[in-house]
Design a protein around this ligand. Sequence first.
Ligand code: DON
Length: 562
Amino acid sequence: MKQLVSILLLFTLCNSCKKTVAPIKTGLIAEHAMVVSARVEASKIGSDILKKGGNAFDAMAATQLALAVAYPYAGNIGGGGFMIYRKSDGDIGALDYREKAPLAATKSMYLDEKGEVIPEKSTIGAMAVGIPGSVAGIFAVHEKFGSLPIEAIIRPSINLALKGVIVTKKQAAKIKRYQPLFFKANKDSILFSKAWKEKDTIKYPALAKTLERLLIHGKDEFYKGETAKRLVRFIQENGGIITEEDLAKYTVKWRKPTTFMYDDLKIISMPPPSSGGVCLAQIMTMVEPYDLHEFGHNSVKSIQVITEAERRAFADRSFYLGDPDFVNIPDDTLISKSYLNDRMRTFSFEKATLSSDVSHGNVQVVESDETTHYSIVDPFGNAVSVTTTINGAYGSKLYCSDLGFFLNNEMDDFSSKPGAPNMFGLIGGIANSIVPEKRMLSSMTPTIIEKNDKLFMTVGTPGGSTIITSVLQTILNVHEFNMTMQEAVNAPRFHHQWLPDEIRMEPNSFDNTSILQLQKLGYSINEKDSPIIGKVDGILVLDDELLEGGADRRGDDTAIGF
Ligand code: DON
């Protein structure tokens, strides 16, 4: 197989081959271990930890911190996330370090006296902030599964913050784009108010000091110590409602992953409070009876089947899903074959189903009651898949200069008002209404896949509601359409989420004849609003156990391995 990989690589490089054989684009190949993340600095720090003998969990903690330094757009200690893991012995699990609503939060906190949603209140500034979970997540992972001392995990990120991070072209453009909102959200100018250009170096001394205190005092520094006090003072001075009690009460949750079979693949994904695993299971189970391989990649028929399954899954999402600590979710029924076969009974290749004709399915509920992903495989065979977020690009845009990080605007992931769309156009219901200490519903879908009882893939992406459909398409690209990991990640993507009733497509990526055909069948196509859909980072285990990284061309994402 090693030989085959070399041949594939040769094909990629060989120009004359292009005329007869489509070049196969393979991602980085490594023998032992790999980290794929949104920034080269973070992948390097994670990979170095593995080289030093650390395991995937050590690398998870180190990579999360490194992204907080190198990728303030989404990497964070001011937000939260989810981790799926699969240990080399086959043991699987999920960690929920999602943000929570503050104790003073109320159901109608984002509504005016007429009951209308107040624009920007849940997206910009201190009122948008949920209680951050990332630091608790990092320490929980390290405590339970880590093998290296915490100094080895945190020190590289302190050094990176002090040395500084070189601004990439994409980063310079993003900072410029969001600067007007930084001015709006912050009383004073912040580090990112400067006109940073490509190749400049940004140093993060305040963040380095915060990380140094975490190193000395541990998790409690963030939730009960000096950092907690300074953070609460800052949030309240900016009109927020988070208190010291909120921080002190924050806890992570270890959860049982959502698992299901698709052909011979066992998919292991994030359970509620993410909708990711349940929706992925629903969509994949609904498309499984159709021969996508035969239909072809991004063919009209494949797009129809996937779209119709997505439409139905997102309708269920908006009604049934929320924080399982607060609402009963009939997840076993929602992902059962019989229920999902029934859901697809109204689908026909002759004509698009209208979203206005689709509502949530009929399931009995028993009464009692801008993001980033990284994938890691270590030399011992452990794998982790982590998606972490401060929600929007640079979160609430509120930057705590004293502590050196952006705060999330995750409160917007709650349903502020039943039926009113959030920033991703997602419609929520009562299951996702705001309650103190509740976690807001997410779409994050960190996923690990087994084939023949062995590790096969670790995959995930940012992208709000498009996360679920991007993870889905990447898995199908490998499994149904025989793509390499890198090709699967690079391939053009589309998305449907029930409402609005349209297929969003990455522009200039789908052929016009197919688009016309879809329009004739009654599908509304939107190629304007999503220049990119997702930034997928994954690792595929090849037949001979070599690892192939897929680092999304859409960002500065990088695979590093050895
Ligand atoms: O948890 C969620 O579903 C969202 N807060 C994710 C946000 C996201 O992916 C933003 N990135 N583009």
